[in-house]
Design a protein around this ligand. Structure first.
Ligand code: NAD
Length: 501
């Protein structure tokens, strides 16, 4: 369960760090080349600091430090000692929650309440929960008969996999990074994090936390920079990295998979989605519209689990569209003081991509029930990367806009006549991350949920997460499952020991 932090309701504008440094072998350092790139606040378009880019040599030093740490004090700790340190990391994140909130809001422009209720508390629980799981998870053992009658015992021991590369996206920077760093460290690995170039602050801040709790040097490292031909590629192609855990676009996953093939390194991928919602006529329409409006618009639609395709049973199509449109119209892009504040797109480049789909939708025959363009905002927000929350009807199921991941605050709504049609349209995608099903019919809920080709299906809810459950995508939405004991499968090597009695 995610605990909620007490947040001050008003926006705070405390200064954030002007220099965002790499964290290598326990020290904050500039990049070897001296190169920096700007950190931009997407809500204003203004530069808030400079990010110090890691060179190939910096990445080499980080990997070497992580490798050394495996056999240093960290590698020699008992599980209990390690778990105490990890719990202290969770406590320190909570103690410094305002700093983490400032950093996350400066990087993403997201509403402070979203960062306070989702990103930062989850950042802390990702450490605490995996620390608990590691201490309670058993391994298997078998008594094995032998021809001489004395028998043998087989039992398994779990060992850290080694040096883990953690490559992260920008939409929930602290949450998605700690979702991997928490279990990796709980299992005794060491990590090098490559945060998104758009959102480097919280990964760097976590270096201060590691320092404060006395984490041995080299256990947690951060290298800043871009993907291809830069820090991301230097890290994932590095021969001394034992496994790569990645969250991001499917195309990037393909590039990283090639890099991981050299040396046959293990991978865990959480990738893109084009997630469907199915609303049956027997659903509680209020609840469905409220849930789908969160699924389409939370974090301005920049959520891998977000809903971009909505299939609604014909008889309730019009009232449902009206309810969702009303929810969309209530949102206020650009107005930080409004309780319905909707944050910006992460960058101008991403905004252009989203607006490209807005134009494409109309070209493909859509009617924009609401939105479809750029909102008018106050002078203070004028440089931000805003788009309107947008709902379309009239799109064909096989249109580009209904097939490709947009990653913006938008969805297309299509009516259906039969349950079979709804299921086959929902599953007709190369992706398979998640789906939501809205019905008050118990049998239908179970039947349709089980028929979804996805990693996660929610019934009458969305983004209700229990961190112990399996999380991941099927199809082009990912490889492997993380969460609870599933994370430990990835972050450990299982050795079987056979003892002849
Ligand atoms: P992205 O793939 O562009 O970038 C993710 C990270 O990969 C960044 O740190 C980037 O620098 C790095 N990178 C890029 N090219 C690389 C390369 N060749 N080698 C090594 N590293 C490289 O993704 P994004 O735009 O930051 O995030 C949005 C995407 O993430 C969406 O597709 C979204 O669906 C997906 N996502 C998935 C999940 C999930 O759990 N399935 C969660 C959040 C986001």
């Amino acid at each position: 369960q995610v605990q909620q932090l007490a947040v001050e309701p008003e926006e705070r504008n405390r200064p954030v760090a002007a220099d965002i440094l790499n964290f290598i072998d326990g020290r904050f350092v500039k990049g070897g080349s001296g190169a920096t790139f700007p950190n931009i606040d997407p809500a204003t378009g203004r530069e808030t600091g400079r990010v110090h880019e890691a060179t190939r040599e910096d990445v080499d030093r980080a990997v070497a430090a992580a490798k050394r740490a495996l056999t240093g004090p960290w590698g020699k700790m008992t599980t209990a000692e390690r778990i105490r340190l990890i719990a202290a990391v969770a406590d320190e994140i909570e103690r410094r929650s305002e700093d983490f909130l400032d950093a996350e809001v400066a990087d993403t422009g997201k509403p402070r309440a979203v960062a306070a209720h989702i990103d930062v508390p989850r950042g802390a629980s990702n450490f605490r929960m995996f620390a608990d799981i590691v201490t309670t998870l058993p391994t298997e053992s078998f008594g094995t008969p032998t021809p001489d009658g004395s028998g043998a015992i087989n039992y398994a021991v779990r060992k850290p996999k080694g040096v883990i590369a953690v490559v992260c996206p920008w939409n929930f920077p602290l949450l998605l990074m700690t979702w991997k760093v928490g279990p990796a460290l709980a299992c005794g690995n060491t990590v090098i994090v490559k945060p998104s170039e758009e959102t480097p602050r919280t990964a760097a801040l976590l270096g201060e936390v590691m320092d404060a709790v006395g984490m041995p040097t080299g256990v947690y490292n951060v290298v800043h920079g871009f993907g291809p031909g830069a820090a991301g590629e230097f890290l994932t192609a590095h021969p001394d990295v034992d496994a790569i855990t990645f969250t991001g676009e499917t195309g990037t996953g393909q590039a990283i998979m090639k890099q991981a093939a050299v040396g046959v390194r293990d991978i865990s991928f959480e990738l893109g989605g084009k997630n469907p919602a199915i609303v049956f006529a027997d659903a509680d329409l209020e609840k469905a519209a409220e849930g789908i409006s969160r699924a389409a618009f939370l974090n301005s639609g920049q959520v891998c689990l977000g809903t971009e395709r909505v299939y609604v049973e014909q008889s309730v199509f019009e009232p449902f569209v009206a309810k969702l449109a009303a929810a969309a119209r209530a949102l206020k892009p650009g107005d930080k003081g409004d309780p319905h504040y909707l944050g910006p797109m992460i960058s101008e480049e991403h905004r252009q991509k989203v607006l490209g789909y807005y134009e494409r939708a109309i070209a493909e025959g859509a009617i924009a029930v609401t939105g479809g363009g750029v909102p008018n905002v106050d002078a203070a927000a004028a440089g931000g990367f805003w788009v309107e929350p947008t709902i379309w009807t009239g799109l064909a199921h096989d249109s580009t806009v209904m097939r490709e991941e947009i990653f913006g605050p938008c969805c297309g709504i299509i009516p259906f006549d039969t349950e079979d049609d709804a299921i086959s349209w929902a599953n007709d995608t190369d992706y398979g991350l998640c789906a939501t099903v809205w019905t008050e019919n118990l049998s239908r809920a179970h039947r349709v949920a089980a028929a979804m080709s996805v990693g996660v299906c929610w019934v009458n809810c969305w983004f209700l997460r229990d961190l112990r459950t399996a999380f991941g995508g099927s199809g082009q939405s990912g490889i492997g499952r993380e969460g609870g004991a599933h994370s430990l499968e990835f972050y450990t090597e299982l050795e079987n020991i056979c003892v002849k009695i």
